[in-house]
Design a protein around this ligand. Structure first.
Ligand SMILES: Cc1ncc(COP(=O)(O)O)c(C=O)c1O
Length: 372
C-alpha cells in the first residue's frame, strides 16, 4: 500500500520512479505523430517490461504490442493482452513448440521469421496440431543481427506461401544500427535508405500475395523520419515512453545537440550513504542498479549542472562536484536519468508512479527476467 502523502524523495532507494504526467505526454506525442501520418503504433514492451504499461499503450491507441521473447509474450497473454508480435525469430524446436502452445490462448500472435528451417519446423508442428499462424518476414536492413537479406527475401516468402499453416502478413524491418546516429541529417539519410529498400520488398510481396498488409519498423531515434515512408504501416518504437541519456544526447530536427521530442519519464532515485572523503560523496546505486553499457547516468534537473555521477563498484556510485556545485549532504536523495532504459528496468521489480512528486501507485515490472 502507498501512503497517499508519500513524497517520492521519501521512498527507499535505489528505486525506479515513473513520472506519470511525462509518461502520458510521451505516449500522446508518439500516438499523435503516428496517427497524423496514417500509421499504427505497435510499441515494443522490451523497453518497459510492464504489462500495465503495455495496456496503457493499447488504451492510448496502439494496435498491438511487440515483444522480443516468447516468455514475454506468455506473460502478456497471462495478463489478458492480445495482438502480440514477437519481433525476433523463434528458431529452436523447443521454443517453437512453446510458442505454438501459446497460440491456443493468443490466436492473433505473430512472429518474425528469417530461415527456411524455421518455416518448415513451425509449419510442420502447426500442421500436426491442425493450427495456423500469422508470420512476418524478418528483413535484415543492415543491423545483421537477424533477418533475411532483401535479395533473399522473395525466396523465403515463396517458401512460406507454400505452407497453408502460415499466413504471410508482411515484413518487420528494424534498423537498429541507425537509431543513435548523432547527426539528425545522417540518421535521416541512413534510415530512409534502409526503409526504402524494405518498402521495395514489401511491394514485391504484395504483388505475389494479397495477405501482406503489415510493414512494421522504426525506433525512437527515427520515428519522425520513418513516417515519410508511404508503405510503412506500423511503428514498433520502444524507448520513447521512458527515455534515457543515450537518446537524449542525439541530435533532432529541432536541435542538432539534443533529442527533445520526448522527456525522461523514468528516473532512478539514489541516496547519499557516505560523505567521509574530501571531494565526493558515495550513493547507493551502482552496477546492480544501473546498466553500464550505455555510458554514465546523468543527474536530473537543476542538479545536472553542478553534480556528476561515476561508477563506484557493484553497489555504489560516486557523486562529484562540477562547475562549483555543492556536494549533497548525507541522506540526500538524488535523481538520475539512466543511460539505457531497457536493461536498467530489467534490474528492478516495480515502478513507483509519481505525479507532482507525490507517489500515487506502483506498477510491477512483471516481464522482468522474461528472457527466454
Ligand atoms: C526489434 C526491435 N524493434 C523495436 C525496438 C525499439 O527501439 P527503440 O527503443 O529504439 O524505440 C527495438 C529496440 O531495441 C528492437 O530491438
Amino acid at each position: 500500500m502507498i501512503n497517499s502523502l508519500l513524497n517520492k524523495f521519501e521512498l527507499d532507494t535505489p528505486c525506479l520512479v515513473l513520472d506519470l504526467d511525462i509518461l502520458e505526454s510521451n505516449l500522446h506525442k508518439m500516438q499523435v505523430a503516428a496517427t497524423r501520418a496514417g500509421k499504427q503504433l505497435r510499441p515494443h514492451a522490451k523497453t518497459h517490461k510492464c504489462s500495465i504499461l503495455a495496456k496503457t499503450q493499447m488504451a492510448a491507441g496502439a494496435v498491438g504490442i511487440c515483444v522480443a521473447k516468447v516468455s514475454e509474450a506468455e506473460a502478456l497473454v497471462n495478463r489478458d493482452l492480445q495482438n502480440i508480435l514477437i519481433t525476433g525469430p523463434v528458431a529452436t524446436e523447443r521454443k517453437i513448440a512453446r510458442m505454438v502452445d501459446l497460440l491456443s490462448r493468443a490466436p492473433n500472435l505473430m512472429v518474425a521469421i528469417d530461415r527456411p528451417e524455421s518455416v518448415t519446423t513451425l509449419a510442420d508442428l502447426l500442421h500436426a496440431r491442425w493450427m495456423s499462424m500469422d508470420v512476418l518476414l524478418d528483413l535484415d536492413v543492415g543491423l545483421h543481427r537477424t533477418g533475411v537479406t532483401p535479395s533473399a527475401a522473395m525466396d523465403l516468402a515463396r517458401l512460406i506461401l507454400t505452407r497453408p499453416e502460415l499466413r504471410l502478413k508482411g515484413i518487420q524491418a528494424y534498423a537498429g544500427q541507425v537509431q543513435h546516429i548523432p547527426s539528425y541529417e545522417e540518421r535521416k539519410k541512413a534510415s530512409l535508405a534502409c526503409l526504402q529498400e524494405a518498402a521495395g520488398v514489401f511491394r514485391q510481396l504484395q504483388a505475389i500475395t494479397d495477405t501482406c498488409s503489415i510493414f512494421s519498423a522504426s525506433g525512437t531515434g527515427t520515428f519522425d523520419i520513418d513516417l515519410e515512408i508511404p508503405e510503412l504501416t506500423d511503428m514498433q518504437v520502444g524507448s520513447y515512453v521512458c527515455m534515457d541519456t543515450e537518446y537524449l544526447s542525439i541530435g533532432s530536427a529541432a536541435d542538432p545537440k539534443q533529442f527533445s521530442a520526448f522527456t525522461p519519464a523514468l528516473r532512478l532515485l539514489t541516496s547519499v550513504i557516505s560523505c567521509n572523503q574530501p571531494g565526493f560523496v558515495t550513493v547507493d546505486a551502482g552496477l546492480k542498479s544501473l546498466y553500464r553499457d550505455g555510458g554514465l547516468p546523468r543527474l536530473f534537473g537543476e542538479q545536472a549542472a553542478g553534480l556528476a555521477y561515476s561508477w563506484f563498484g557493484d553497489e555504489y556510485g560516486r557523486i562529484t562536484s562540477i562547475n562549483g556545485g555543492e556536494l549533497p549532504a548525507l541522506g540526500s536523495v538524488l535523481e538520475l536519468v539512466t543511460s539505457h532504459c531497457d536493461p536498467t528496468i530489467n534490474l528492478f521489480d516495480r515502478f513507483y508512479l509519481v505525479r507532482d512528486d507525490q507517489v500515487v501507485g506502483i506498477w510491477p515490472i512483471d516481464l522482468r527476467g522474461c528472457s527466454q
